[in-house]
Design a protein around this ligand. Structure first.
Ligand code: HEM
Length: 415
């Protein structure tokens, strides 16, 4: 009986969540991000509370939204208070296998970041730059020539995958299309909380990872440049890293390596399309593009929340969190905290404060240099090839789990 009660309460919770979801998208692109973040988790809480009350489930969580407390939770490098190894998202998603480095805590986490450090180094990425630029130009050309297009389906959803395939040296010609289809189905399953479908799509990504690892064992590349080779050749106390975890690490990159970039490409293009004066300034002074992108990453932080679990009782802002309670670090809310950023909803170049769009502490995004490179190239090429980019219709935002446009109709006036 408890099983049936639990299943029923989950169903009620999910129905409540589905009914509430349409309200999650902000009414206008100018809606306050902090309000949106708080509302999002608030509404999820409402849905799950139904399950909690009916089934006696333990499915609540805490969400710090101030920059100081998000920083405190994220930065606890020594995992004295919060660990990653219990769950990474709320509500918890059960899929096979642990995927380093995100699912591990130090010291287990450390060799994985060490293995990944070479391929993500700026100097290694310099070798990738010409190919990434060529792919960007190829993706932009038909849109600009036509004078209009829907940026997400025609560019943002594909370009980061194509660049990731080059970065990972995935040999098959159909790899970008396969990753695109699997990624889209994975996201749909995640949003629908269809765990069977989620697992199926996850396994397809594992297959891609396994094939690549087998290839790199037969034909290794430079481990300072190539991720699969670096993972295979990494040694800890003279021993290779566990095989299932190597597969998990690569599998994680196959998704983490493009989803947030897609969302950010859309957010950058939308902001530019809505701010002609910024476009003009950046066309006159391309050297300012890097700073502009940094501010856009703060304003439109794509990852809405990663989860930690308290290992012992801790008090943050007069709230006591008990051991084993999940806590979601809301990076977007922290990035719009008025206590940290003056006029947080305004775009301002050269803010002195650092943002946390890529997280902080030991789990800070290792792919940051690659993501920044992709955004930089996109922005440079878009602005150089156009005189004006503007909105050509209604913008639709993705509801969950990453923030950014899912439909972005644009008009392009060629340079
Ligand atoms: C604009 C693009 C991106 C954003 C905003 C972003 C953001 C983040 C954030 C906030 C985290 C921290 C998670 C936490 O605190 O638990 C993270 C972790 C991670 N990201 Fe990214 N990311 C981006 C692109 C990428 C790319 C391109 C890759 C790989 C090619 C990547 C790979 C990873 C990995 C492997 C982790 C886990 C790190 C660890 O646990 O030590 N990300 N990312």
């Amino acid at each position: 009986m408890p099983g049936i009660t639990q299943a029923l309460s989950y169903m009620v919770a999910i129905v409540a969540l589905c009914l509430l979801r349409p309200r999650l998208a902000p009414p206008s692109p100018r809606a306050s991000w902090r309000e949106r973040g708080v509302a999002l988790y608030g509404l999820l809480d409402v849905a799950l509370l139904v399950g909690l009350v009916l089934g006696g489930l333990s499915v609540g969580w805490f969400t710090p939204t101030e920059a100081a407390s998000v920083g405190a939770v994220g930065a606890l490098a020594l995992n004295e208070l919060f660990v990653n190894s219990v769950q990474n998202v709320v509500p918890a998603v059960k899929t096979t296998g642990r995927r380093p480095p995100l699912h591990l805590d130090p010291p287990e986490h450390t060799p994985w970041r060490k293995a990944m450090s070479g391929p993500f180094r700026r100097s290694s990425l310099l070798a990738l730059e010409p190919a990434a630029r060529a792919l960007t130009v190829e993706a932009l050309a038909p849109l600009v020539a036509r004078g209009h297009g829907e940026l997400v389906s025609e560019l943002a959803a594909n370009l980061p995958i194509r660049i990731l395939c080059v970065f990972l040296s995935l040999p098959e010609a159909d790899a970008p299309a396969r990753l695109h289809e699997t990624g889209a189905r994975f996201l749909a399953a995640f949003q629908a909380r269809d765990f069977d479908a989620l697992e199926r799509e996850s396994q397809k990504l594992y297959e891609v990872a396994r094939a690549l690892l087998a290839l790199r064992r037969r034909a290794p590349l430079d481990p300072e440049r190539d991720m699969a080779t670096a993972l295979v050749q990494m040694r800890k106390d003279g021993e290779p890293l566990p095989e299932s975890l190597i597969e998990g690490a690569l599998r994680q990159l196959l998704l983490a390596g493009h989803v947030a970039v897609t969302m950010m490409l859309g957010s950058v293009a939308r902001h530019l399309a809505e701010h002609q004066e910024l476009q003009e300034m950046l066309r006159r002074s391309p050297a300012r593009i890097e700073a502009a992108l940094d501010e856009l990453l703060r304003l439109y932080t794509p990852n809405q929340g990663f989860c930690r679990t308290a290992v012992r009782s801790v008090t943050l802002h007069e709230t006591t969190i008990a051991p084993r309670e999940p806590i979601v670090v809301s990076y977007p809310a922290a990035n719009r905290d008025p206590a940290r950023f003056e006029a947080p909803d305004d775009f301002r170049l050269d803010r002195p404060q650092k943002h946390v769009a890529f997280g902080n502490g030991v789990h800070k995004c290792p792919g940051e240099p690659l993501a920044r490179l992709e955004l930089q190239i996109f922005c440079e090429e878009l602005l150089a090839r156009t005189r004006r980019v503007s909105l050509a219709g209604e913008v639709e935002l993705a509801p969950w789990p990453e923030y950014g446009p899912r439909v972005l109709p644009l008009r392009f006036e060629p340079a």
